[in-house]
Ligand binder design. Sequence first.
Ligand code: FNR
Ligand code: 8K6
Length: 347
Amino acid sequence: MLDTLFHPFVLNDTLTLKNRILMAPLTRCMADDNLVPTQAMIDYYARRADTGLIISEAILIRADGQGYPHTPGLFTPEQINGWRKVTDAVHNNGGKIFAQLWHTGRVAHPFFFNGEYVLAPSAIALEGTLPRMRELTYTVPKPATKTEIEQLIADFSQAAANAIDAGFDGVEIHGANGYLIDQFLHFSTNERDDEFGETPENMARFPLAVIDAISQRIGRDRTGLRLSPGGYFNLEGDARDRKVFDYLLPEVEKRCLAYLHVGIFDDSMNFDYLDGSVSQYMRAHYQRTLVGVGCYSPQTGSDAIEAGKFDLLAIGRPLIANPDYVNKIQSGKALTPYDDTMLAQLI
Ligand code: FNR
Ligand code: 8K6
C-alpha cells in the first residue's frame, strides 16, 4: 500500500508535511559564477513542490568550503537574494524547503576560492583527484585551530540565519558523506589529541556545537541533521567509529531536532561495525523522527515506513529523472528510470 506515503506528517508544532516523501539533497553544480542560484534552478525546485519537503542541494556556508564547481552559497547578499527567489517559487506552489548547510573540509580545493589551504580536523589528505577535474589533486589540509573551529561554528550559525532570511522553512546540517562535520566523527580523518579528538565526547564536540549554535539561532524545530555512521564516501570507516556514534545519537536525540536523516547512497549496504545497515543502526539508537533514504522505490519505501524502520522517505535520483515523481506514483504512472547522463541538465 503506497497510501502511507501520502498521509500528512506532523514534524513538530511549526511544521506539518503534506506527505512523507522528501526530496533528498542533490548537488547539481549549476549555480552561476558567483555561486548564486539561477532561473533554471528556481524552476527546477518549483517543479518539485509537491513533495512533503524539499531538502536543497548542499549549500556552502563560506567560500573555503567549496570542493566542486558551481555549487551554490549562502554567505553573500546576492546568494541570499537568489535563494529567496527559489523559496518564493516553492512556497507559491504550496511546497516547503530546507537548506542543506555544507562545508566540505578536506574535500575542498583552494582552486575554487583562490586560497592557500583547506581546513579539516587533521592533516590527512583525501586520495586522488577531483571528479571531472582530473588535473586537480586533493591537498593536505591544515588542522583547524581552536579559534578557526570557533569561527566555523559561528559561520554555520550565520548561514542558518541567512537561510531563514532567504525564506527557507529550516535547515539541514550536512553532517554526512565525509565532509567537514563527518571528518570530526571518524578516526580515519580525525587524529587530534586535543578536546576535539581521541574520545567519543571530544570527537562529537564540534558537530554538537554546530547543532547547538544553529538550533539556538533559528529554533530546534527548524533544524534537521544528516549523519553517516558508516564511512563509505570521501573517508574510510573504522570499527572505533561505532563508539562515537553510540555517544552522539542520544546526545542528538536530547536536542529535539526536526528530524535526523540517514546519509547513505544505498541502504542495503551493511557495515560490520554497525551490525547491519545504517538505518537499522540509527533506528536502534534514536527514537525521534528518522528519514530513510538510499535506493528505495515507492513500494519498498512505504513498506519500510510501515515496518517502523523509519518515518519519512527521502528520494534522490528518481526525483532527478521525474520532476513529477509524487504525481506519477499517486496516479500509478510509470517512472522514468534515472541515469547519470541526466546530471548534465536540470529538468
Ligand atoms: C547526492 N547525495 C547528496 N547528499 C547530500 O547530503 N548532499 C548532497 O548535496 C548530495 N548530492 C548528491 C548528488 C547526486 C548527483 C547524487 C546521486 C546524490 C546523496 C543523496 O541525497 C541520496 O542520499 C542518494 O542519492 C540516495 O538516494 P536515492 O538516489 O537512491 O534515492
Ligand atoms: C555532495 C556531493 C557531490 C557530488 C556528488 C556526486 C554524486 C555521485 C553519484 C553517485 C556515486 C556515488 C557513490 C558512492 C557510494 C560508494 C559506495 C561504496
